[in-house]
Write a new protein. Structure first.
Ligand code: NAD
Ligand code: ZN
Length: 369
């Protein structure tokens, strides 16, 4: 006899990126993709490009036309809701007409800014109105993502992370509409990434995947993405030439898969602590993750040992004494901005996570960083 489930227990309908072009030189295909979007003479494209590429776009034959808007995104600070609102207003000022395409080219910061603006241009309102789950009501503008450093998975995920300074909160616009419509994955673009940055950002994939595989909220497809991403990341960082072309290719694939995995799962203990460091001390996401991962022996013992091995293999030294001499007020803020992350902490430690993640425990952990 066949036994069918009597009812649907949970019904999540997942979506991943519809199209992606992968390979060396793939970025040169951008012109053809954009030509297909430009149907009238006054159609224009908005490009958000990491400021590192200022003065370097010529050698990529970047297809910017006179009517387009080219915005270089500075990365000294992680993006805020105010920045997203400001960038959106600038696009509206540029033309009363909506752009035919939004292009984001850069690291996680730039990819996220482009995603946020594409949502805001069609939905109206302010960025902070959409921080949370499934609050974006209308499809975003068509957008193309081109990552230039691998690891966050921002190119493939359904969120764009923004700091909300007034609310002391770091949270994304989690929505299917936030997904890019098209990706260009060109491993030549990551050759110029500084070594430390390459390691920190690459480790975001490692951390996303170990956290989701250790969590209680599981999804068989998400698990498969995570396992494969983890295998590739380990190959890259266990090797002795993490930035060789073959490894940059692998890391680009791993980052993409890791981003797909996150759509079907949640992170765990590392990301909430890391968010605390970003909100209170302004430390960038991927470095903050590494600082926390280095102290995760109580929660992820095997993975923490592996992480330390990869640090050593790549000759990376993390900053130390980052939390030394913090005031009680700062510690309290660190605690609050860590335990606020209910979904990942419940995923990792269960609904009563605050019973074990006490102020004392959190403080002790931060003091080791
Ligand atoms: P980033 O955007 O913070 O950039 C890091 C640095 O690398 C910058 O100085 C940038 O100019 C430089 N850079 C980028 N590409 C380069 C290149 N090819 N050559 C030389 N320098 C280059 O990078 P990141 O670590 O990818 O992104 C971190 C951000 O991503 C954070 O804001 C974080 O919140 C966000 N994030 C988003 C998601 C998501 O799913 N949307 C997931 C994780 C993290
Ligand atoms: Zn992350």
């Amino acid at each position: 006899m066949i036994t069918f489930a009597a009812k649907v227990e949970t019904f999540t309908n997942s979506k991943n990126i519809a199209r992606y072009a992968f390979g060396r030189g793939a970025v040169r295909g951008l012109e053809t993709l954009l030509a297909a979007r430009r149907t009238t003479a006054d159609d224009f494209v908005v490009f958000f490009v990491d400021a590192f590429f200022r003065g370097r776009l010529g050698s990529l034959a970047f297809p910017v036309r006179p009517q387009d808007l080219l915005v270089f995104v500075e990365t000294a600070l992680e993006p805020t809701t105010d920045l997203a609102d400001h960038m959106t207003a600038n696009v509206r000022k540029h033309s009363a007409k909506a752009p035919c395409c939004v292009v984001g080219m850069g690291g996680g910061i730039t990819l996220d800014v482009a995603k946020a603006v594409a949502n805001l241009l069609t939905n109206g309102g302010k960025a902070e109105d959409f921080q949370g789950w499934d609050l974006v009501k209308k499809p975003a503008l068509y957008k193309i993502g081109i990552p230039t450093v691998s690891g966050t998975g921002a190119e493939a995920s359904r969120t764009c992370v923004l700091m909300n300074e007034k609310k002391n909160l770091k949270l994304g616009m989690n929505s299917e509409f936030t997904l890019y419509d098209q990706l260009i994955l060109d491993p030549d673009l990551t050759e110029s990434v500084p070594k430390e940055q390459y390691f920190y950002t690459g480790m975001d994939t490692y951390i996303h995947c170990i956290e989701s595989l250790a969590g209680s909220y599981r999804h068989p497809v998400g698990d498969a993405f995570s396992h494969e991403a983890l295998r590739l990341v380990s190959e890259v960082f266990d090797s002795n030439e993490m930035m060789a072309l073959a490894n940059r290719e692998k890391l680009m694939v791993a980052s993409y898969l890791g981003g797909c995995a996150i759509a079907n799962s949640y992170v765990g203990v590392v990301h909430p602590f890391s968010a605390g460091l970003s909100v209170v001390l302004g430390i960038h996401h991927c470095l903050a993750n590494c600082l926390v991962m280095n102290q995760m022996q109580d929660y992820y013992p095997r993975e923490t040992a592996h992480f330390k091995k990869m640090l050593k293999a790549q000759g990376i030294t993390l900053p130390s004494d980052v939390c030394r001499g913090l005031s009680d007020g700062q510690m309290e803020r660190l605690y609050q901005s860590t335990v606020i992350h209910e979904r990942p902490l419940t995923n990792a430690l269960g609904v009563h996570y605050k019973d074990t993640l006490t102020l004392r425990k959190v403080r002790e952990l931060f003091q080791r960083i």
